[in-house]
Design a protein. Structure first.
Length: 242
């Protein structure tokens, strides 16, 4: 091959490379349509998968939420407040609550009735409800009553492995709120760990102040001056340096 033919061949190959590497111009409208189609196809696939996993959808009006009274020693909380019951009944759920379930939390039966809940006995809550909410894990006597129902609460399956196995064997749907990944913004409203830890931290400060022989904060009065305390308060939830 002579130099002229060689130069021509190289020039042609460079031209082909430029054509291959040259970016194509795609309009915003085309990109938008392609993205919309991709999202629509993905949504349809997710819906089909959900139908296979979850089965047929049940209207809220056909479901009853039951609120149980906590029986764990020293537990004063209740899984639903009258305000949250209003949200459930507004959405269409029927709500029943065990008699006296909220008394230790200063929520009374009349408050729940005004919110749209029905007051029933302990046994009736299990009998009527499709979904049960509870703070502490269920007791041994409560486990069989949860068969083929849905339980929402703090289960701690990694710690209570036998409990989790027993519930799974009897087809109990379990939503362990203590296992919800809280880094997701959509999951923040389901948080039951940091919110309760925050309260425990405040309680730790109060308990420490009771034990400390003088003021935490500094005082400056006509009678004299008291320097602020240097205190380390360690609780199960937080560490506070004052």
């Amino acid at each position: 091959m002579n130099p002229i033919e060689s130069f021509s061949s190289v020039k042609n190959s460079q031209s082909v490379c430029k054509d291959v590497l040259r970016p194509r111009k795609i309009s915003y409208g085309t990109l938008s349509r392609r993205f919309s189609v991709a999202v629509e196809e993905e949504t349809k696939a997710e819906e089909e998968t959900s139908k296979i996993i979850l089965g047929k959808a049940i209207p809220y009006s056909d479901l009853t939420v039951g609120i149980l009274k906590e029986t764990y020693p020293g537990e004063n909380r209740v899984s639903q407040s009258p305000e949250s019951v209003k949200s459930l009944t507004k959405a269409g759920f029927k709500v029943v609550i065990e008699e006296g379930a909220g008394e230790k939390a200063s929520f009374y039966d009349d408050d729940y009735e005004d919110a749209g809940a029905k007051i029933v006995s302990h046994e009736e809550v299990f009998k009527i409800s499709d979904i049960l909410t509870k703070i502490r894990p269920p007791s041994e006597s409560e486990i069989p009553k949860l068969a083929s129902k849905t339980l929402i609460g703090m289960i701690s399956p990694a710690i209570n492995s036998k409990l989790f196995e027993d519930l799974s064997k009897q087809n109990t749907n379990v939503f362990a709120l203590d296992c919800v990944p809280r880094m997701l913004s959509r999951a923040q409203s389901y948080d039951v760990l940091s919110s309760q830890a925050n309260i425990a931290g405040y309680r730790a400060i109060i308990e420490a102040a009771e034990q400390f022989p003088r003021f935490f904060a500094g005082q400056m009065t006509a009678a004299g001056k008291v320097p602020p305390a240097k205190v380390l308060v360690v609780s199960f939830a937080n560490i506070h340096i004052l």
